[in-house]
Write a protein that binds this ligand. Structure first.
Ligand SMILES: *Cc1c(COP(=O)(O)O)cnc(C)c1O
Length: 661
């Protein structure tokens, strides 16, 4: 047997080791941590507030018949994020002596779920947080939930109207000002300007207008195609000038009060943000100098979330803090305006991801685990017998030389020959494959070769784990040998960005963190789609890992995984692939003496999800009933079995679309 470094002292694994392994403090602070008992704690109010034990919470929800998968929302986290955003901008404003203020707006497209929007509006009230709409339905909900008192410079949140607009959209937005709202119609295409001017004349009101600039500073990363000269949205420099001239001609240049831009979401590099701000600040100055009555500079979204905790400009991270972001915006805008002698604008950001991502955690249970058959312990026991009369060979049959070679390779594996051993094993396996093709190797020997090959790989991998670094040509072994854990969720429904954009989300068990996770695994979801899997995981190095460290399941005990930072974009982009519906959702508030389940929103039943594709449950039951009657009549099924089928069918339609355990 290869020698493991025997002097490597084994100290007992603690929750702190798990925190480091999963990068918990790096991406989760101040909201998520592990306690000494190995459970994940959530501290929704951030640093100072009370904590909840996530495992206990899930257990108590299951006692209330709330089944998994389950999306937990912590509205206190939303409030804390909003508070952080404002305090960072306030600090930046003080630091640079910025003679102006900051107003946030929450972009609804990030997550429009009613209870979440209501929580954001309530938490944002002290800050005059506004809302941003990008479509008519979003505007419709914004008009109903955003409170307004006709006090634009005081306590009211702004209502920023973005996106492509038709007459109805613009009419609704303009008339909202009559209800005391402060709508800003942001012109994305010149045609919208003409409609806005015509309608405001008709309604006899003075509109608050903005323009969206198409910046030439290209973004970077995933959304870089949505910026720069070929961006889908926004006015180019000639179009901005045309807008100014159109407004001047109609005597309404004073209505143009806001300059907006948006360079994409999850902008990982601060350099990209700075370049965009610099360009936008110059545009702001230029438009003021042309006579526009600008007051607001709206920097759009893009403020990123550090999903892997690496603090790098990898797609899953960001190389700046919230404070850096606010500082750079305040500093760049102040510099450009001061230089030109232009009054400083009120700064607006439309930060969706940065407000919403942290507040939601998806909990799913592991249903089962699969390791390739070659790796199962019984095969290894057979291997360790070196005589050729092992149980699966008949005495008459002699062992092929390749089998012996591989057995010797296996026996010789040691930390100083891992690459050599691996390449030998590969060569023997390849030779065996060609010999088999030409009829020179029996199936039995081929099976032995394969078992031995996998045993070598496993042994080499185990040795690699004890080394400080892994040679490149062996780095795939962990992923190749990883177990598959089946989890009770649909990636398409609950984590669509991991499928569509290869986005990474932190995942870890919410209990057993005080013991070492000895397995390395990838995750497979319930859909019968080979894309329905998670096989890249965040790492604080900034390079993703092809496996996740997990514990072996314990028979009769649940094993719960938490997927964190899923509050932005996932719910609304999720799809009903394989007819898996919405997960159950619980809104949980911390209280000084425990917690309160403020809202419980049941996930879809099979009936509901079938209705979405236009099947009526009653019709389905009736169709099946008729079939059973025919089968009973022709004596293909006994009546009790037919009834059993019908009852199971009807219960299935009433129930949750996920697996029940
Ligand atoms: C998507 C979007 C946002 C939100 O972006 P985040 O990166 O989530 O903050 C803001 N403004 C506009 C115009 C958008 O399209």
């Amino acid at each position: 047997m290869p020698a493991l470094p025997a002097d490597r002292k084994r100290v007992a694994w603690t929750s702190a080791d798990s925190e480091e392994l999963y990068g918990l403090p790096a991406w989760g602070a101040p909201y998520f941590s592990a306690d000494a008992g190995g459970h994940v704690l959530v501290s929704p109010q951030g640093g100072g507030g009370a904590s909840l034990d996530l495992y206990d919470l899930v257990t108590s929800l299951r006692q209330r018949d709330v089944e998994l998968p389950l999306l937990l929302r912590f509205p206190d986290i939303l409030a804390d994020r909003i508070g952080q955003l404002y305090s960072c901008f306030e600090r930046a404003i003080a630091r640079y002596g910025y003679d102006g203020s900051y107003r946030g707006v929450y972009p609804l497209k990030c997550n429009q779920q009613r209870h979440l929007v209501e929580a954001i509006v309530a938490a944002g009230r002290p800050y005059c947080l506004g809302l941003e709409a990008g479509s008519k339905p979003e505007l419709a909900l914004a008009l109903a939930v955003l409170e307004a008192h006709g006090d634009p410079s005081g306590t009211d949140g702004l209502l920023i109207c973005n996106g492509y607009k038709d007459r109805d959209y613009i009419a609704m937005a303009l008339l909202a000002s009559r209800l005391g709202q402060t709508p800003v119609v942001v012109v994305e295409q010149l045609e919208e300007l003409a409609i806005a001017l015509e309608l405001s004349h008709e309604f006899n009101l003075e509109p608050l207008l903005g323009v969206r600039a198409k910046l030439s500073a290209a973004g970077s990363g995933r959304w870089s195609a949505s910026t720069g000269d070929r961006a889908k949205f926004g006015l180019s420099a000639p179009q901005l000038l045309a807008a100014v001239e159109q407004l001047r001609a109609s005597g309404q240049l004073q209505c143009l009060q806001l300059l907006h831009f948006h360079i994409g979401s999850q902008i990982a590099a601060i350099g990209t943000i700075k370049a965009a701000i610099r360009e936008a600040a110059q545009l702001y100055v230029a438009l003021v100098q042309l006579g526009a009555n600008l007051h607001y500079l709206d920097v759009g979204g893009g403020l990123a979330v550090d999903y892997d905790g690496s603090k790098t400009h990898s797609d899953a991270s960001k190389n700046y803090s919230l404070q850096n972001y606010a500082n750079d915006i305040a500093a760049e805008v102040k510099e450009a305006c001061d230089r030109a002698g232009v009054a400083l604008p009120t700064l607006i950001s439309e930060s969706g991801r940065a407000i919403a991502a942290h507040h939601a955690v998806l909990i799913a249970n592991v249903l089962g685990i699969n390791t390739p058959p070659e790796l199962q312990p019984s095969a290894e026991i057979a291997l360790s017998r070196s005589d050729s009369s092992s149980s699966d060979s008949s005495p008459a049959e002699s062992e092929h030389a390749l089998v012996r070679e591989l057995r010797d390779t296996y026996a010789a594996i040691a930390p100083d020959n891992l690459q050599e051993s691996y390449h030998d094993a590969v060569q023997f396996k390849d030779e065996a494959a060609s010999l088999f093709d030409f009829g020179y190797l029996s199936l039995r020997d081929r099976a032995r070769v394969e078992r031995l090959y996998w045993a070598c790989c496993r042994q080499i991998r185990d040795c690699l784990r004890t080394l400080p670094s892994v040679p490149d040509d062996l780095s795939h072994l962990e992923a190749t040998l990883a177990a598959t854990y089946y989890v009770n969720l649909s990636v398409f429904r609950s984590l669509p960005d991991s499928w569509a954009l290869q986005q990474l989300f932190p995942i870890l068990p919410i209990h057993r963190l005080d013991t070492e996770p000895s397995e390395r695994a990838t995750l497979a979801d319930l859909t019968c789609d080979s894309d329905g899997r998670l096989d890249r995981f965040p790492s604080t190095s900034g390079h993703s890992k092809p496996f996740l460290e997990l514990h072996p399941p314990v028979a009769g005990e649940p094993y719960y995984l938490g997927v964190f930072l899923v509050g932005a974009y996932q719910e609304i982009l999720g799809s009903a692939h394989n007819l898996f519906g919405d997960a159950n959702v619980a809104h949980v508030r911390v209280r000084p003496d425990g917690y309160q389940i403020e809202h419980l929103i049941r996930g879809d039943t099979a009936t509901e999800i079938l209705a979405r594709v236009h099947y009526d449950a009653e019709d389905l039951v009736e169709a099946l009933r008729r079939r059973t009657e025919c089968a009973i009549a022709s004596q293909q099924i006994a009546l009790p079995d037919a009834q059993r089928l019908l009852r199971t069918y009807e219960r299935g339609l009433r129930n949750y679309t996920y697996l029940e355990q």
